[in-house]
Design a protein around this ligand. Structure first.
Ligand code: PEP
Ligand code: MG
Length: 844
């Protein structure tokens, strides 16, 4: 469609957001609502582009649309308000002659203020003169003359005295400012395309200075932080523009004990504003902030913009609009960005506070935490016993740190990436965590950390972690509380009603399971059983089991672990009652359970009543060069089968116990790190034998489901034959990524930044699923598996499961569910709903 160079905005004028920008379109809507908007002319993007290239529209003709001697303002109108744009320029048309007539009609004070403001804006933004020369001062005749003189001296020409010329120059400078490099980069960072264009609007000035009640204000009808319905804003008499509202002397809008209000001073105008606000909400289907002016007692509505709001307020506003029937539930869902929800689940560093950052790393688990620095799990436990919050600082964490992490407020590590041990565990616990803070130097012996700027922090010093931004801050910083309120739950229930992929949680402990229920996950998709063995009393038994010389001795130790495991599983089944629970058999290499330092080995020798040399020899024998590719997962299950025997017995006995209290439980048992069909056959045979034994011992029947975790490329390639023995395949994309790339999850952080910066990898593949490589293995595995078994259940349980892009991929590939840390479940539920709404699956 070809547009004229400019057009007055009327209810029926062809004004489109695409061509004229959001502001022009919004003003047209306000005009259609019969709000008292001053006359406005819109210049489409094509005209503005021509202006930037030196081709001016007939500005005298534009001004004629506003009558004799008009004063106007020019405002930017990009397609999206977030894309910024040059600042508005007010009072265009002010000349000496107009100043004289204004002195007569509005008084000298008002006339001076209006002229001076224009000279200041024109000199600095259009003529690009030094702002210091035109500093804001109280307008007076003298100041006005000085400003005109300064302009003339600097430019060596008089201040332009022709309105049309002034308008041309203003339009030209705004059009060119939009084309500037930094403006372009800024808006592109906010999602604008490189071709994004600018529209402009020229609006008749509402003279909010002069006789009678005159002033400027803004009003909105919700609290921008909480989203609660509440009139907020400011009004200032004898003032122009938004900036004036920040200065002293502004009034409250509603009655307020702290001072006078617009409601008392101008009750009719106030009532009109409330009415207009309600009309905007209903017809523009959004909470708007209205910018207004009062001109000799008459209200003018200059502009309206969507209320800038916190993520928390955004949820509340979307739900309220849908509950009031203003928008549909689906639209409310689409108005909330899924990732923004994670901010509501945790305390956050208050963005208004001062930040004294001493280290930067990877934002591994969101939220803010503060406490005293501790360097070891034993110091952590001492702090926990004293009830003191603490931040566990480690070079990297190991499974034995779980106790220290459990009670910590946050975790900071020097090494590691997004799927390192610290990151995975912290996300599971909902613990703020920063990993890979490689500009820190940690000295465990001296118990110090040294920041890049040389500052040293010692054990006991207080720090704040910002796990959302990946920063460590010195001292105590103001925090904001989480907002798990009714609105949040309502929105997520609406999401559940539309989404078409399941969302489960990865949960290892009863506390995790409770969290999974709180966040309304549809079951547990991955229970990593090894985390149950790190409690102090169990660790010793576990070590006895590891040190057993014969299968018989091993069984004795395992018999002691059995009731503990059974109790763990019974508790999980009870908490998750009615929902599926998928338990992964033991996975990590055994050396993770052994002490690494001399002192620890000495203690162990004492506990086991063995010679120290024996312990040292055993630790050395079990230590691996490449533990992630070593004796772990199903390999351990095959070489030391008693471990899995004990675990499945515990699962079956817990199944019987927990089923007594309600509907029968059907546990899902998952074999980790499979790479060959035969591994599954061997484990399956033993599991069947244990099941038969438990059934006959207890005289009770039960069912279970056996599945395989696909974590090696070979398992994905051979999924067709593996599926003969598996009711489900769950893709462990952490290990699968590691093995597909040949990268170590724990060490890749050392070069990941460089790799991403140089574009070797588009993103950290442990963070964002590598669709091209790992994704292809998922597709191959899924297709081959389903070819063998049509009703094969498919899922992802690696860290990618909580990531909206990965969920999109899995949904497209026909997966049944994704499973992620409990704290990521809400984001996943909403992201899945967005996918179902934006890309509905065809009805089968
Ligand atoms: C995986 O490898 O993706 C997985 C879920 O298992 P873990 O992270 O425990 O190795
Ligand atoms: Mg794994």
């Amino acid at each position: 469609m070809d547009f004229p160079d400019f057009a007055e905005i009327t209810p029926t004028a062809p004004i489109l957001r695409d061509s004229h920008g959001w502001r022009a379109k919004c003003l047209q809507r306000l005009i259609r609502l019969e709000l008292p908007v001053p006359r406005t002319v819109a210049l489409p993007a094509a005209t503005v582009r021509a202006i930037a290239a030196g081709q001016m529209p007939d500005t005298a003709a534009i001004l004629r649309l506003f009558g004799a001697e008009p004063l106007v303002t020019v405002r930017p109108s990009p397609e999206n308000p977030d894309w910024g744009g040059p600042g508005s320029i007010l009072n265009i048309g002010m000349t000496k002659a107009r100043h004289r007539s204004l002195c007569a009609s509005h008084g000298e004070v008002a006339a001076n203020a209006i002229y001076l403001r224009f000279i200041q804006a024109y000199a600095t933004h259009v003529a690009r003169l030094d702002p210091d020369l035109f500093e804001a001062t109280e307008p007076s005749d003298e100041v006005l003359r000085a400003a005109l003189r300064a302009y003339e001296q600097e430019r060596e020409e008089p201040f332009p005295q022709d309105g049309a010329q002034q308008l041309s120059e203003v339009l030209r400078s705004m059009a060119r400012a939009w084309e500037g490099t930094s403006a372009r980069l800024l808006r592109q960072a906010k999602g604008a395309s490189p071709e994004a264009a600018l529209g402009l609007v020229v609006q008749e000035m509402a003279l909010s200075l002069g006789p009678g009640e005159c002033g400027a204000g803004v009003i909105q009808f919700v609290d921008p932080v909480t989203g609660a319905a509440q009139v907020t804003g400011r009004y200032k008499g004898q003032a122009q523009g938004r900036a004036a509202l920040q200065t002293e002397g502004a009034l409250y809008l509603t009655r307020d004990r702290r001072g006078p209000s617009l409601e008392e001073q101008c009750p009719e105008v106030f009532a009109d504003l409330i009415r207009h606000g309600a009309a905007c909400r209903l017809r523009l289907r959004e909470e708007m902030q209205i910018e207004f002016a009062i001109e000799d007692g008459a209200l003018r509505v200059l502009d309206a913009v969507r209320v800038a709001r916190s993520n928390r307020a955004n949820v509340r506003i979307a739900v309220a609009l849908a509950e009031n029937g203003v928008i549909s539930r689906n639209e409310a869902l689409l108005r909330v960005e899924p990732r923004a929800l994670s901010e509501l689940l945790h305390r956050q560093v208050d963005p208004r506070g001062v930040r004294d950052r001493f280290a930067r790393g990877i934002a591994a688990s969101p939220g803010a935490a503060q406490g005293r620095v501790v360097f070891s799990s034993s110091a952590a436990q001492a702090s926990a016993a004293r009830g003191e919050p603490y931040i566990l600082v480690r070079r990297e964490t190991a499974p034995e740190d779980i106790r220290g992490m459990n009670a910590a407020s946050g975790v900071l590590t020097e090494r590691g990436g997004i799927t390192s041990h610290a990151a995975v565990i912290a996300r599971g616990l909902g613990l703020p965590c920063v990993v890979g803070a490689s500009d820190l130097r940690m000295n465990a012996k001296d118990k110090t950390i040294t920041a890049a700027d040389g500052r040293v922090f010692r054990e006991g010093d207080v720090i704040t972690l910002d796990g959302t931004k990946g920063e460590a801050l010195a001292g105590i910083v103001a925090l904001q509380e989480p907002a798990l309120d009714e609105n949040f739950r309502t929105l997520l229930h609406w999401a559940d009603a539309v989404r078409d992929i399941g969302i489960r949680a990865n949960a290892d402990t009863p506390a995790d399971a409770q969290m999974a229920r709180n966040f309304e996950a549809q079951g547990i998709g991955l229970c990593r059983t090894e985390h149950m063995f790190f409690d102090e009393d169990r660790l010793t038994v576990m070590r006895e089991m590891i040190f057993a010389d014969t299968p018989g001795d091993r069984r004795i130790a395992l018999d002691r672990l059995l009731p503990m495991q059974r109790a763990d599983f019974t508790r999980l089944f009870e908490i998750m009652h009615g929902l599926p629970v998928c338990i992964r058999l033991f996975d990590p290499p055994l050396h993770e359970f052994l002490p690494h330092d001399r002192e620890g080995m000495r203690e162990l020798a004492e506990a086991l009543d063995r010679p120290l040399s024996d312990v040292v020899r055993r630790v050395e024998a079990l230590s691996e060069f490449n533990p992630m590719l070593g004796m772990r997962g199903v390999r351990l299950g095959i070489t030391l089968p008693e471990i899995y025997d004990m675990q499945v017995r515990a699962i079956f006995e817990a199944t019987i116990d927990a089923s007594r209290k309600g509907a029968p439980i059907v546990p899902e048992i998952m074999i980790p790190l499979v790479s060959a069909k035969r591994e599954v056959e061997l484990v399956k045979t033993r599991i069947e034998a244990v099941a038969a034994a438990v059934r006959s011992e207890r005289g009770v029947a039960f069912d279970y489901c056996l599945g395989v975790m696909v974590e090696t490329p070979r398992a994905a390639l051979r999924a067709g034959e593996i599926a003969h023995h598996a009711a489900f395949l769950s893709f462990g994309t952490n290990d699968l990524t590691q093995m597909t790339y040949g990268l170590s999850r724990d060490d890749a952080g050392r070069f990941m930044n460089t790799y991403v910066q140089l574009g070797v990898y588009p993103e950290d593949p442990f963070h964002t699923l590598d669709i091209d490589g790992v994704g292809e293995l998922l597709l191959i595995g899924a297709a081959r598996g389903r070819q063998t078994r049509q009703n094969l259940t498919l899922s992802v349980c690696g860290e990618h499961g909580g990531n909206p892009e990965s969920i999109a991929f899995c949904r497209k590939a026909g997966f049944d569910y994704v499973s992620c840390s409990p704290f990521r479940v809400p984001v996943a539920r909403l992201a899945a709903a967005h996918l179902a709404l934006n890309d509905p699956k065809p009805d089968l």
